[in-house]
Design a protein around this ligand. Structure first.
Ligand SMILES: C[S@@+](CC[C@H](N)C(=O)[O-])C[C@H]1O[C@@H](n2cnc3c(N)ncnc32)[C@H](O)[C@@H]1O
Length: 333
């Protein structure tokens, strides 16, 4: 299948699954040659990939840069509500998303993309030039810091493509009064892309997309901590400001669990857990995520928790987490 057909099929699938909603985003996806931003990767993989394509790894294999999945590019572009003539700032470069942004804002708008890694900006610059997007500005720097090129009225759109643990002051200061800030936030072990607009002095999000992003580096870098509860297989993932007495929690985990089932039955497509997790993360402190391998659950070491982890709360020497089980008397859910 040729590039054009592969792209057409990707666009059709994104429309069918509701990731692309507007004609403008659809047109941008048709225009951008996605495969040219992942040289060396087979085009069928680039257009068919359900997840990100990693473009740079640090020593030891940890991914530090990628081209985000097409569905996520689409959801973020839809959430950004871009229009011709706007000035957009992208934080975290790769080329592909900047090209999509450039299509959305058109020749009267502008796109500036900033990345902390000079190797990534060098690559993005080259790929954007080669694909006809020389008008995109590419800068090397920490995107959490104020950018000299910021227009006096601020950016109409700031699209962050790296997982942030907080909103740095610079983003508040650089967002225009009618601006929108799209940002993947990592908080208390959860990852959600939010779309903020001003509401008086505050920012309020009207969109939530469950999404994983590579963590932000630089001055705002923030690494969650992992507390081993039972070897490497069962861990509590904890953010800053969430104190733990690791030894006491390990001791608590080793005691016989006290099970209480809620009686709430979910179907696979119900979607109740994600908003419940966000609510718990905001309402209960400390809050973190309990992660466990399915092998550990099969051995009875821990209740069954999804691969992205389960909401967990604790005090000094006691811990509770939300496990799932097959509904009594039911088949596979
Ligand atoms: C997921 S990739 C960007 C994807 C890209 N926008 C695309 O077209 O799909 C995340 C990038 O964020 C960059 N990054 C991490 N921390 C940063 C920071 N503080 N400021 C700017 N860029 C940062 C990384 O170097 C990495 O290249």
């Amino acid at each position: 299948m040729g590039f054009a057909e592969l792209r057409e099929r990707m666009v059709r699938e994104l429309v069918e699954r509701g990731a692309i909603v507007s004609a403008a985003v659809e047109a941008a996806f048709r225009a951008v040659p996605r495969h040219r931003f992942a040289p060396g990767v087979p085009a069928a993989e680039v257009y068919g990939a359900p997840e990100a394509i990693f473009t740079k790894r640090a020593e030891g294999g940890r991914a530090v840069s990628s081209i985000s999945a097409s569905w996520l590019h689409a959801r973020m572009l839809e959430a950004a509500e871009l229009a011709p003539g706007m000035r957009a700032l992208e934080i975290g470069s790769g080329g592909c998303n900047a090209a999509l942004l450039a299509e959305m804002v058109g020749p009267d708008g502008s796109v500036t993309s900033v990345d902390i890694d000079p190797e990534i900006t060098g690559r993005a610059r080259r790929l954007l030039d080669e694909t006809g997007y020389a008008r995109v500005q590419v800068r090397t720097g920490d995107g959490a810091q104020p950018l000299a090129e910021t227009p006096a009225e601020g950016w109409d759109r700031i699209v962050v493509t790296t997982g942030a643990a907080d909103l740095p002051d610079a983003w508040f200061g650089q967002l225009a009064p009618q601006g929108r800030l799209i940002v993947p936030l990592r908080f208390r072990g959860l990852s959600r892309t939010l779309a903020f607009a001003w509401e008086g002095e505050h920012l309020r999000s009207d969109t939530t997309v469950i999404s994983g992003f590579l963590a932000m580096q630089g001055q705002s870098a923030h690494a969650p901590r992992s507390v081993r509860l039972a070897g490497p297989e069962v861990r509590l993932v904890v953010d800053e400001g969430q104190p733990t007495d690791d030894r006491a929690l390990r001791g608590a985990f080793a005691t016989h669990p006290n099970e209480r089932w809620t009686g709430v039955e979910l179907t696979g497509s119900e979607g109740l857990l994600p908003p419940l997790n966000v609510w718990l993360a905001g309402a209960v402190s400390p809050y973190g995520r309990l992660r466990a391998s399915s092998a550990a659950a099969e051995r009875g070491l821990v209740g069954w928790v999804p691969s992205i982890g389960a909401g967990a709360v604790w005090n000094d020497d006691s811990l509770a987490y939300l496990a799932l089980r097959r509904a009594p008397g039911e088949g596979e859910h």
